[in-house]
Design a protein around this ligand. Structure first.
Ligand SMILES: [Zn+2]
Ligand SMILES: [Zn+2]
Length: 269
């Protein structure tokens, strides 16, 4: 691991390749046999050997990021901060975010409803003042990639299918979610459809026309995205759902097919 750390540090200094002697000096191992043994185990998948030295491969950089993301786990566990917004269940302004077992969970202190939770790396948890801003950006990017059929963890194909199962991975209080699974790695989730259309042009347009800045509203503070009152079954076979987004005297209705794709939209007054 010291080899990967030192190659990452060099990369950050602008040297994407280190000569053998320089890498060995930085790692600080005197015993050449021991150093060579560990280096050779990394060469190929994690470290690329070139004419002038050694560099991290894509997998090596991902491992370096994962090691960086994973530090300070113990300090982060149990961290609690206040979250902005209201509970979709009891409408109290009493949301808190708790970091536990490498997830951030936004829950209501008044009614105990779990509003939203998602995995989040421990390292920024104790290091960032704007932790919840980072968490929301992270969650939104994850959801956007997943709903675009691309695994946010490994870049492979992701498949999505509506499901009515309510597993531990589920978020919000909705009867159906989009179950996304990666064809190659561990990544999977059950995502409320509303969270997947918050950047849809018509959704943004409706809010912008009413001077509501939906772009900077955190995901856990969008009732229509997370509560069952706004999602209705239009047809069972094939499964078709409709999401209502009311704003003042207007309502945007989005219709989804069984793969979670928006197939039609309508605005009513
Ligand atoms: Zn509540
Ligand atoms: Zn994957």
């Amino acid at each position: 691991m010291a080899i990967i750390y030192e190659l990452q540090r060099a990369f950050r200094e602008g040297k994407d390749t280190l000569a053998y002697a320089e890498l060995k000096r930085r790692v600080g191992v005197r015993d050449s046999g021991n150093f060579n043994y560990h280096l050779q185990r990394l060469v190929g998948q994690y470290v690329r050997k070139t004419d002038v030295g050694y560099a991290l491969t894509y997998a090596g950089r991902k491992v370096a990021s994962a090691l960086t993301a994973g530090i300070f786990t113990e300090q982060a566990d149990g961290t609690t901060v206040l979250a902005s917004g209201t509970c979709y269940n009891c409408h109290a302004e009493s949301l808190t975010a708790r970091y536990e077992r490498e997830r951030i969970c936004i829950a209501c202190d008044d009614c105990d409803e779990e509003i939203l939770h998602n995995p989040f790396p421990p390292a920024p948890t104790t290091r960032r003042e704007d932790l919840l801003f980072a968490f929301d950006a992270w969650t939104r990017r994850w959801n956007a990639l997943a709903s675009a059929g691309t695994c946010p963890e490994c870049g492979s194909r992701m498949d999505g299918k509506l499901t009515d199962s309510n597993s531990a991975l589920s978020v919000g209080d909705v009867p159906y979610r989009l179950h996304v699974t990666c064809r190659e790695c561990w990544a999977m989730s059950n995502l409320p459809l509303g969270l997947l259309v918050r950047d849809h042009p018509q959704v943004v347009g409706l809010h912008t026309a009413r001077d509501v800045d939906i772009g900077s509203t955190p995901s856990w503070d969008i009732d229509w995205a997370l509560h069952r009152d706004y999602l209705a079954v239009v047809s069972d076979d094939p499964l078709t759902l409709q999401l209502r987004i009311p704003l003042d005297d207007e309502e945007l209705q989005l219709t989804f097919d069984d793969e979670g794709t928006v197939v039609s939209t309508e605005i009513t007054h």
